[in-house]
Every structure is written in C-alpha cells, then in structure tokens.
Design a protein around this ligand. Structure first.
Ligand code: NOJ
Length: 530
C-alpha cells in the first residue's frame, strides 16, 4: 500500500463506455477486444484504473443497463474469455478494472422475470420483483403515481398466464427494466454470488448502478409534493435513499473485504444532501461515491468552491475520500455544459486542472481528454436512448454524449473500427479531434490531460490529502496542497492576478497562456510548485 493509503483513495479512473470506445470487428459497436487493443493509450494517458459500463448479455433496451445474465458477456461485446483477457492485460499494464453492477433491476428477458410472468400472483417467482394488484373494480388503476425516470408511468400491467389482464410490476426506468425486491433473501443471495463471480475473475471493484434506489417504502405511498422521480433524492422520498439500503452494502463490504487486494465499490448515489451521501461511505459500507454536486455546479467560482467544501466536510466525517467527476454517459458533456465552442473548451481545460488537483480520486469520461463536445444534432431516427422514445422526443436523452470516439484519420469512423460504421454517426468536424492528431500537438486537450496526470503521479502533494484555500478576490479560486503545490483557477471572464506570492512561484502547467506577472486570463487554471 502506498503512503497515500489504498489506491481507490486517490486513483484517476477512466470511464470506458464500451460500445463507443473501440470496435474490433467492424460492426459499428465497441467491444472488449477493442478496449484491450487500446490499453497502451490509456496507460500513456496516465490513468490508474478503468470503469467499464455494462457489457453483459442484454437486449440493450437501455444500453446494457437491462441485464439478462450477470455472469457472461454479450456477443456484441465479446466473450467471457475476452473479459478475462482484458482483466489480465489491464493488470499487466498497471491498470485496475471496475465493472458495472446493476442491482436495482434486471432485463425483462432475464430468466427470473420470464419465470415471474409465467407464474401466478403470490408465487415465489413473482416475489423476486415488485408485483402489485391494481386499483379499481377491474384492477386497471396503477398501484400508485410513481413515474419512470425515462418518462411515463413506473408501472406496467401484465397479462396473466391465462391471458387475462393481471398484476402490475414496478420499473423505475424503462418497462424492460423490472425492479427487484431487495427485501427478498433470494435476491440478496444471488447478488452476493454475482459479486463473487467477478471478484474471483480478478476485477478490482464495482460501480453500483442506482445505488440509492434498491429499497422502497413497503407501503408504496404516492409521491407527495416535492418528491420528483428524476433528479436528486430528498429526505422522506418513498423510493430513493431509504435507510434499508445500507444493510445491503454492509453485506457486500463483508464479501469484498474477504478478498485479497484492495477491492472497491463506487456508488452512483443521486442524493441532494452531501450528509446523506456520506452515509453510504461509512467505514463498513461503500468506499467511494460519485460527486454529482461538483458535476452539477455551474462554472462559477463560488458554486465550485461551495461544492468542494460541502463534499469534503461531509466525507471527512466518515473518513471517505472524495471522487471528482465532470462528465459521464448520462449527462451533457461539460465542454457544452460550460458554454460550448471556444468558451466551453477553455473552461473545460481549466476544470480539468481544478479536478485533478483536488484531494481524493477523479473520474475521466472517455473523450473528455479529447475535448469532445455533446453532439446535439443527432437525427431522431438514429437516437437510441429510451428517454427520447418514452418522451416522444420532447427530451433528447443521452445519445449526444455517447457518440463513438475519434481515434485517427480523416473519415468516419475515425479509427473507431476497421470500417466506416459507428452505431451513432460522428460529426465531420471530429477529424480535427482525433487522438492521433492531438497526440502530436502540445497545445491539445489530450496533451493537457497527459501532462496533468504525469505531474499528478509525480507530485506527493496531489492525490489523497487536504487543501487550504488561499484568499482571493472576485472569480478566482486558489488552494494550496502540501508539500509545495498551488492551484489557481480564474473562473471569471476577465484577466485576474494569482494570489500574492503565487505568481512568482514556478509555473508547472496551465490550461491557457499565463502572463509573466502571474496574470491569469479569464477561464484559465494554472498549477504552481512553491
Ligand atoms: C444509471 C446509469 O448510469 C444509466 O445509464 C441507466 O440508464 C440507469 N442508471 C438505469 O440503469
């Protein structure tokens, strides 16, 4: 173990959205051999670990978050032998592997759900899911007013085995994603076994999908005022962030702790209150969770500082490290969120230096190191996100941040696969953004990430630890990390000076041109050693 504690306290983890990363066989869909073929790129980038989005057998109603077999690989993405080879090769490259675990729901094609549909109400098969009778004289009224995160109701009525309209089942996401009943011991035992299956294969950890959603109020009351289905959970919500969920994670922690090496859990926990988030990270529960407060903060010095302070204060109470994140496969890419175009890019460069200088770990979503923007003009007919289809197109959904990566060359698929195919079309302008092109350009986003990660690995001040804010004015944020490191971010539009004394220190890296007198242009960050 390093003096900084176990790796997950300070790791930079690269999120591989497998279907959009690299396609080895030319079908337009990224796959595990594709990931394997790019391990050297990831090592050269300087990350410590990879988080792979779901690659399990799945009808792909929600891009693999509808799992029909938790112990295998979907043929689109390869084979179990490919997964084993990837884990082995990643380790040989010094990269750890985190896989995605989807415990809130299965696919409607999972053998358990098919058995539930074939069995009568009240059966053991139905008890693994959340089936309820409907209201009204003929049971045609949904059990309550809960809504799906993807639009429409969270309940779907089934036809009973005899063909008559019957019970309803809960799906907080698409109707192809029935929610499991986590009060059922059989469900708990099954997931313990799934954890062991992947731990035995050598994975270093799990990202837990919808980690705040597993427990539901058994009374299933209607959503009251102020209790939305989407967004971050607030206290008293009947299906988000219930206390009962913590017992599940204590059980999982006992399993992972019994394995050699530092296996880890990172929770996807959408709760509004950092104090509620910290409860998931008590010493006998999950190790880390994504910091969505930071991700959602606007590009504003006050908001960013508040997000950092709140998170660090609450996490410190339970001894957990922060993990900073700017983008993922569910949100608009931050180049676009921060204003798009040249402004968005400048801010994204500065944000990268801010994120990578903060204490704790960080997540890099594939393509952010290339400065990819959201693709906003995908035509409706190529869009695949269930959000788009379940809202009749009124919400565009998440396809725009999932467009396959441009690796090289001047024509689609820009080296994503051997041919022109990619499951979502890549914009023509991406020829300028390929990894190949950026690798040779010292002013590129890729060079900035590589430089920052190289320094981060070499400087004892970065990674785990704490920060001390320096006093600044206006839109400037500055903090010191010991020994001998200062990060300054000018989140305003006008040039501003670094705090007194810092401008004379050695400039290590900057996201844009810094004046000799320490004047930082607007939307610029710089790292100094003192
Ligand atoms: C969160 C995942 O990140 C998202 O992509 C998915 O649609 C939902 N959970 C449902 O599994």
């Amino acid at each position: 173990m390093s003096p900084d504690g176990p790796w997950w306290r300070h790791a930079v983890i690269y999120q591989v959205y497998v279907r959009s990363f690299a396609d080895s066989d030319g079908d337009g869909i990224g796959d595990l051999p594709g990931v394997r073929s790019r391990l050297q790129y990831l090592r050269d980038l300087g990350v410590d670990a990879l988080w792979l989005n779901p690659f399990y057998p799945s009808p792909q109603a929600d891009a693999g978050y509808d799992v029909s077999d938790y112990r295998d690989v979907d043929p689109r993405f390869g084979t179990l032998a490919d997964a084993d080879a990837l884990i082995r090769d990643a380790h040989a490259h010094g990269l750890r592997i985190i896989v995605d675990l989807v415990p809130n729901h299965t696919s409607d094609q999972h053998p358990w759900f098919r058995a539930a549909l074939a069995a009568p109400p009240g059966s053991r098969e139905r008890a693994r899911y959340l089936f309820r009778d409907g209201g009204g004289p003929d049971g045609s009224v949904p059990p309550n007013n809960w809504m799906s995160n993807f639009g429409g109701r969270a309940w779907t009525r089934v036809a009973e085995p005899d063909g008559r309209p019957g019970q309803w089942y809960l799906h907080l996401f698409a109707l192809e994603q029935p929610d499991l009943d986590w009060t059922n011991d059989e469900v708990r035992a099954e997931f313990h076994d799934i954890l062991r299956f992947w731990l035995d294969r050598g994975v270093d950890g799990f990202r837990i999908d919808v980690a705040h959603g597993l427990a539901k109020d058994p009374e299933m009351p209607d959503l009251g005022a102020g209790h939305a289905t989407g967004g971050q959970a607030v206290e008293g919500h009947p299906h988000w962030d219930l206390d009962e969920v913590h017992d599940v994670y204590r059980g999982w922690r006992r399993i992972s702790d019994a394995y050699p090496g530092d296996r880890t859990f990172v929770g996807e926990v959408w709760v509004a209150d950092p104090a509620r988030l910290a409860r998931y990270l008590r010493p006998d529960e999950l190790h880390t969770a994504f910091n969505f407060t930071f991700l959602m903060a606007p590009w504003d010095a006050g908001a960013l500082r508040a997000a950092v302070d709140e998170s660090m204060t609450e996490l410190a109470r339970v001894g957990a490290p922060a993990t900073w994140v700017l983008s993922n496969h569910d949100v608009t890419r931050h180049v676009t969120r921060y204003g798009g175009g040249a402004t968005g890019l400048r801010r994204a460069r500065a944000a990268a230096l801010l994120m990578l200088a903060l204490p704790g770990g960080a997540y890099v979503y594939q393509g952010e190191e290339l400065g990819l923007p959201e693709v906003e003009d995908l035509p409706g007919e190529v869009r695949q996100d269930p959000t788009f289809h379940r809202t009749g197109g009124s919400e565009l959904g998440r396809d725009g941040c999932r467009v396959p990566l441009p690796w090289s060359g001047a024509e689609p698929s820009y080296g994503f696969g051997p041919g022109p195919a990619s499951w979502l079309p890549q914009p023509a302008g991406w020829a300028e953004l390929t990894a190949e092109r950026q690798a040779g350009d010292p002013s590129s986003m890729l060079s900035l990430y590589r430089g920052a990660l190289r320094h981060r690995a070499a400087l004892p001040a970065l990674g785990s630890g704490t920060l001390t804010w320096l006093s600044t004015e206006g839109d400037v944020l500055a903090f010191r990390r010991d020994p001998g490191f200062v990060c300054v971010v000018n989140a305003g539009e006008r040039p501003a000076p670094a705090p007194p004394g810092v401008g004379d220190a050695r400039l290590l890296l900057a996201s844009g041109p810094v004046g000799e007198d320490g004047i930082l242009p607007g939307d610029t960050a710089a790292w100094y050693t003192t």
